[in-house]
Design a protein around this ligand. Structure first.
Ligand SMILES: [Zn+2]
Length: 281
């Protein structure tokens, strides 16, 4: 398991930049330089990584069969959670292979039910200056519901330093004392949490549990929890989360993900090793 200490300090520098922004590609070069490296685009169904959304869209269409639902927000396909810091300019729901899907869209001052066929931009249902949490529940008749959450303009509380400190303490304790981590104990220590804080905590709990299961040779269960951790942590861009994603990327033989490694972290040398083997660094 990676050593947290190296990038714990990095995290403080990036306080307030804890979610991957849907607007980042349009931000100024200067602002861009101050942030961690923009992440790759991950397939919402498998862990394949892509640099461009267009490549991801082709992958989804060609590899995942005829039936699939995805949501495109501000030009990017989101997995299950998106952060539109400058508001929502596109909310395109695409359903492939279903004659129609039932959609429930809700948030502050928005609550609607509708049927969508094929491909439809639902932006018109959301006020122009919408702020807060927007949830879309999409159900193809007879199939499982998919849920998407978008935060627009503002985010719930996120106590990054407190969370990182707790995660560090609890995961170290788990590995030093060799005892299975207990989510109830993690939650009790953190007290009341926002939806985002809860997701972050769960992501790192799954990460810690997966390593514990691997250490105790329960490989099949470990694999499930590695994947769960990866999905939960993907939208976060704290230094701790980006580093965990790099470690998870290694477990899944997806070396491209290492480009996300914070420059001072131990995993960034792996990025150099796998992705930039020839320059002098
Ligand atoms: Zn895929």
């Amino acid at each position: 398991m990676a050593d947290w200490k190296d990038f714990f300090e990095d995290n403080k520098e990036h306080f307030g930049q804890f979610l991957d922004s849907l607007a980042e590609r349009r931000s100024s070069k200067r602002a861009h330089e101050a942030l961690p490296v923009p992440p790759l685009r991950f397939c919402p169904l498998c862990h394949a990584a892509f640099i461009e959304d267009s490549e991801l869209a082709i992958h989804i269409r060609s590899l995942h069969g005829q039936q699939y639902i995805y949501l495109r927000v501000n030009g990017r396909i989101i997995r299950d959670l998106g952060w539109a810091d400058r508001g929502i300019s596109e909310l395109r729901l695409v359903s492939l292979g279903f004659p129609r899907v039932q959609v429930e869209i809700c948030g502050p001052q928005v609550h609607k039910f509708l049927d969508v066929r094929g491909d439809e931009d639902l932006k018109r249902l959301v006020p122009a200056d919408f702020e807060g949490e927007l949830t879309l529940r999409v159900t193809p008749p007879g199939n499982r519901e998919s849920q998407f959450t978008i935060y627009s303009r503002s985010l719930p509380e996120f106590r990054c330093e407190a969370l990182d400190a707790l995660i560090q303490t609890m995961s170290l304790r788990c590995f030093e004392a060799d005892h299975e981590p207990d989510i109830i104990e993690w939650r009790e220590r953190m007290g009341e949490t926002s939806a985002l804080e809860n997701r972050y905590l769960n992501g790192f709990f799954e990460y810690t549990l997966a390593f514990f299961l691997e250490k105790t040779r329960q490989f099949r269960k470990a694999k499930e929890h590695f994947e769960e951790a990866f999905g939960l942590l993907l939208p976060f861009r704290t230094a701790l989360s980006l580093s965990a994603q790099c470690v998870l990327g290694l477990r899944m033989n997806c070396f491209g993900v290492l480009a996300k490694a914070p420059s001072k972290s131990v995993v960034s040398s792996l990025d150099v090793f796998f992705n930039k083997p020839f320059p002098s660094n």
